[in-house]
Design a protein around this ligand. Sequence first.
Ligand SMILES: Cc1cc2nc3c(=O)[nH]c(=O)nc-3n(C[C@H](O)[C@H](O)[C@H](O)COP(=O)(O)OP(=O)(O)OC[C@H]3O[C@@H](n4cnc5c(N)ncnc54)[C@H](O)[C@@H]3O)c2cc1C
Ligand code: FES
Length: 250
Amino acid sequence: MTETATVMAQQEVAPGVYRMELSSPAIAKVAQPGQFVQVRIFNGNHILRRPLGIAECDSARGCFTMFYRIVGSGTRDLSLLVHGEILNVLGPLGHGFATAFHHPLLIGGGMGLSPLLSYAQAKRGACDILMGGKNAEELFWQSFYAPYVQKTFLTTDDGSLGSQGFTTTIFPQVLKQDTYDGVLVCGPEIMMRGIAKMAAQAGIPCQVSLEKRMACGLGACLSCSIDTTDGKRKKVCKDGPVFWAEEVFA
Ligand SMILES: Cc1cc2nc3c(=O)[nH]c(=O)nc-3n(C[C@H](O)[C@H](O)[C@H](O)COP(=O)(O)OP(=O)(O)OC[C@H]3O[C@@H](n4cnc5c(N)ncnc54)[C@H](O)[C@@H]3O)c2cc1C
Ligand code: FES
C-alpha cells in the first residue's frame, strides 16, 4: 500500500545519521520485523523511491521510525525535512525475520542495526544483541536497544568501545555465554557471510538481511535479483530482504 506519511520528528543521532519518526497508521499497523518501505522524497528531483528499513513501530500511535545515513542526494534531502512535512511511503515490503525464535542473538554492523531494532522491539526482552561499528560514535544504538534486549555485546574496529575487532571476532565468546536458538544478522556482506559460516558450524539457524540496489521494490523490475545456492533467481525486494543464510551464502 502507499500512504502519505507526516514527519513527526527528526533528529541527528550521530554525525550524518538521522532518526525520523513518521505518522503512517496503515503501515505501522501491519509492519513485521525486518520489513522495509520505499520512500518517495518530494523535495529535490528524485524519480526513484529510496528503500529504508522500519526500525521501531508504534501501532497504537500509528507511527514508525527509520534510521538512515546520508550517502547521496536522496538521504540528504530526507534529512532536511522537519515536523509536519510529508513523504509518500510504499510498504511494508518484503519478508522479514522469522519470529518463532525464543532467545535469538541479533548481530548488527553499522546501519544494519536499524531493521534488527524492530525485531528486538517486537520480541521485547527475548533477544541479546551483538553490535559492531568502526568506533564508539557508530554505536549510538545502545540507548535505543536498551529497553528491549537482555544482554548487549559491543565491539569496535578501533577498540574505542567494547572489545577491539569485528563481530566475527567475539561471536565465538558470546556463544559460550548463552544458548541461542537463532542468529539474525544485518550488516556488511562480508560480516554476514562470516557469521553465517560460524553459526552453521555451531548448528544454530541463521537468517541474514540483504541489501541490493532497488527500483520498484515490488518484484517487477528485476533490478535486485540474486542467485540462490540452489540455482534459482530470487528478488531481494519481494523474496527477501531476509533469507535463511544457506539459501544465499554457499
Ligand atoms: C531493503 C533495504 C533497506 C535499507 N535500509 C536502510 C536503512 O534502514 N538505513 C539506511 O541508512 N540505509 C538503508 N538502505 C540503503 C539505502 O536505501 C540507501 O543508502 C539510499 O537509497 C541511498 O539513497 P541516496 O539518494 O542518498 O544515495 P544515491 O547514491 O544518490 O542513490 C542513487 C540511487 O541508488 C540507490 N541506492 C544507493 N545506495 C543504495 C543501497 N545501499 N541500497 C539500495 N539502493 C541504493 C538509491 O535508492 C537511488 O535510487 C537500505 C537498502 C535496502 C535495499
Ligand atoms: S526492486 Fe524491482 S524487482 Fe526488486
